[in-house]
Design a protein around this ligand. Structure first.
Ligand SMILES: [Zn+2]
Length: 277
């Protein structure tokens, strides 16, 4: 059985068939799902969804783009955000972090970086208060438009520097896209795990991501889809859903040359321990 550690089932793309998507996952080998907040609205919807289903849990978090969109006004919403944590289904804070990639092609300013860092650190303080694990979102700036594995390490280095000031917290780097030299810096930290999403299946043999995966001990890996985005091969191009976490598991089992069942067992127990499920 697998645990889908990063879904966005509250997304509009699931409005027409959310219940079917969820039952497909639970009857297809997914044991538990964690739905992720990525703003105030999605955190609220995540709590509502998790309250409805026994085996759905959720995180609440304000994504770095939330701070880009609302600027200083974001901080006025913190009380409302924090109040959501009273639900017992809230088991983590995230996805939070730094995102230096601006979709419209512009280059992030120092001021925007500072705003993201402020929002990130306030939420880390909150996680510390609640003693909850943290789901990290990190994306480096990309001056050109190359593959996901060519993104700059800038945001990764900044996130690592900030989270190193919170040794009492546990972290997972979600949909990891860092380079091999960077993953070595993460692996020396005992309080950090790494999770992979469907986009790992887009790479050709020999891609750096597979060296990254081989480098990480299996018991430091968790699985996710990040649905509705990043559907893994063979579903690439379709809407992603929690059931497809099995393709991510298959790919990692293949790269690490272990049985699917073995990989499922270890990643599931890691997720249960990390999220205290
Ligand atoms: Zn996400």
């Amino acid at each position: 059985m697998l645990i889908e550690t990063h879904a966005h089932l509250d997304d509009k793309q699931f409005d027409a068939d959310r219940d079917e998507v969820i039952s497909r996952a639970f009857s297809g080998g997914v044991e538990k799902i964690i739905n992720i907040g990525a703003g105030l609205g999605s955190s609220q919807r995540s709590v509502t969804l998790a309250e409805k289903y026994e085996n759905i849990f959720c995180s609440i978090g304000l994504h770095p783009h939330y701070f880009m969109e609302y600027g200083e006004k974001s901080f006025a919403k913190f009380d409302e955000f924090k109040a959501l944590s009273s639900s017992k289904k809230v088991i983590a804070i995230g996805e939070i972090g730094l995102d230096y990639f601006i979709p419209d092609g512009s280059i992030i300013t120092e001021e925007q970086k500072e705003l993201q860092k402020k929002g990130f650190m306030e939420q880390l303080e909150f996680a510390k208060e609640l003693k909850l694990p943290v789901i990290l979102h990190c994306r480096g700036s990309r001056p050109e438009a190359p593959s996901a594995y060519r993104e700059s390490d800038d945001a990764y280095e900044d996130v690592l520097k900030i989270v190193s000031e919170f040794p009492e917290l546990n972290f997972v780097w979600h949909s990891f896209g860092g380079r091999l030299e960077f993953v070595e810096k993460v692996l020396v930290k005992e309080n950090m795990l790494i999770s992979f999403a469907g986009n790992i299946t887009y790479n050709k043999p020999g891609a750096e991501i597979f060296d990254v995966i081989r480098k990480i001990p299996i018991d430091k890996i968790m699985l996710e889809t990040d649905c509705p985005y990043l559907a893994p091969v063979p579903m690439r191009g379709k809407r992603n859903e929690p059931l497809f976490v099995k393709y991510v598991a298959q790919k990692i089992a293949e790269v690490k040359n272990v049985d699917f069942e073995e990989l499922a067992r270890i990643t599931t127990s890691t997720a249960e321990r990390f999220f205290r499920l």
